[in-house]
Design a protein around this ligand. Structure first.
Ligand SMILES: Cc1ncc(COP(=O)(O)O)c(C=O)c1O
Length: 421
């Protein structure tokens, strides 16, 4: 029995109305790029109308009004994560957020960073570059165990010289949901930071920083958060903010001067060379010049839609669809790559119809011919045909995929798992 309120269930039943992109196809690839809701488009249109018209009394007031349009993304991001607004920065992408954090942590040359071999390449790159430059001693690799990366596997690599453990909360090729609670315990025991890439989770399943003691959470907006491109969230826990070395300084990160920026710029005695005291908030990690406001406006609208339904109800819906798919694929005798443990499930379910990647690729192509949007993804030999079930999907989408798999299977290569007799 579900626990989502009737309101939330009703909202989820009507969710396709918000996503025109889900009407003419079976869209099951939020792990690549999520569909954006009509609300995000309208919000950006309103922003652009204001940019075109400039109805304010002067251009400075106009600029400040456009600055303020970003605030919704920060507030809704904090609401989604159970964070404080001072702990949220807007970033361009996950890549941007990871690089900012890699530059901000004051590493010592004998320290190490731990990550696992299932990660998307970008999760590894910034830390490998630090090791190459001698900023840290090494990046230690946790090897997956048949697609799982349990806490024990991390614990074997973490020691008292581990400064950061970097992990995707949901792994991108097989949807493995890492035990962040358990990992946070091990990190705490060694005084290591827990840096979480949550781009494959945020917007689909619940991640509360009030409950999970991650130090950093970063997620681009364009996958499960349903935002158009160019803006994402970076959470940095208040307690670690004073320990960071801000990698850049931007004037919009300063407290607004008394009387506002318009007055400041009109003050003859103002001088650029003076002491600047920046507030110690996550916003100081932003570039803090005139930024990607349309991206932020789109993200704000998408987040509002998610928060309006409630992430607990969305999680129930997403995991329900993933469970239906997992069972359906198993019934068809298809090899389900995604781990069976329920606690490790996410919005991603991956399967293979053959041991041979080219045959899986041919199968993918046949699904795409039927306008069933899924993807082929591998890393470290883990992966296959990846299916993402999100808030705008329903049972009919999952069943359409399952029927297509059943129909196309006899034409596919060798099956990994024999059909049950
Ligand atoms: C786990 C993970 N991290 C990072 C990225 C890259 O995200 P962005 O384009 O927002 O930098 C991806 C993209 O697929 C991903 O799956």
């Amino acid at each position: 029995m579900g626990t989502a309120t009737e309101d939330a269930q009703g909202a989820l039943r009507r969710m396709k109305e918000h996503f025109p992109g889900a009407h003419d196809k079976t869209f099951l690839d939020a792990a690549c790029v999520g569909l954006a809701p009509i609300e995000a488009k309208r919000a950006i249109e309103r922003f652009l109308d204001a940019a075109v018209a400039c109805d304010a009394r002067d251009a400075s007031i106009h600029h400040i009004a456009l600055d303020q349009a970003r605030a919704r993304a920060v507030h809704e991001g904090a609401r989604l994560l159970d964070a404080d607004v001072d702990e949220i920065a807007l970033v361009e992408s996950t890549t941007h957020g990871l690089n900012v954090i890699a530059a901000a942590i004051p590493f010592a040359p004998d320290e190490n960073v731990v990550l696992c071999d299932l990660e998307f390449l970008q999760v590894a790159i910034p830390w490998l570059k630090l090791a190459q430059r001698g900023v840290i001693r090494e990046v230690r690799m946790v090897h997956n165990r048949d697609g799982a990366v349990p806490v024990e596997a991390f614990a074997e690599q973490i020691d008292d010289r581990t400064r950061a453990v970097v992990v995707s909360s949901v792994q991108w090729t097989n949807g493995y949901a890492v035990d962040l609670d358990g990992l946070a315990d091990v990190c705490r025991a060694h005084d290591a930071l827990l840096v979480v890439d949550a781009i494959q989770q945020l917007g689909a399943t619940r991640l509360s920083v009030a409950e999970v003691p991650a130090d950093v959470v970063v997620a681009g907006g364009h996958k499960w958060l349903n935002a158009p491109f160019g803006c994402g969230l970076l959470f940095v826990r208040r307690s670690i903010l004073p320990t960071l070395r801000m990698p850049s300084w931007g004037y919009l990160g300063l407290e607004t001067p008394e009387g506002g920026w318009g007055r400041y710029f009109a003050t003859p005695e103002s001088t650029p060379v003076r002491i600047y005291d920046f507030p110690i908030t996550a916003k100081s990690l932003e570039i803090n010049g005139t930024a990607n406001y349309p991206g932020a406006v789109g993200l704000g609208a998408s987040l509002e839609l998610i928060n309006g339904v409630g992430i607990a109800a969305i999680e129930e819906h997403v995991l329900g669809l993933a469970g239906r798919l997992h069972e359906g694929l198993t019934r068809l005798g298809v090899h389900v790559v995604t781990r069976p443990e329920r606690e490790a499930r996410s919005g991603i379910t991956t399967f293979e119809v053959s041991d041979r990647p080219d045959e899986n690729e041919a199968f993918l192509s046949a699904l795409l011919d039927e306008r069933i949007y899924v993807a082929l993804r591998y890393t470290s030999h883990v992966g296959g045909i990846r299916v993402s079930t999100h808030l705008y999907n329903d049972d009919a989408d999952v069943d359409r995929l399952l029927h297509a798999v059943a129909r196309l299977l006899p034409r596919a290569g060798r099956r990994r798992t024999p059909l049950p007799v």
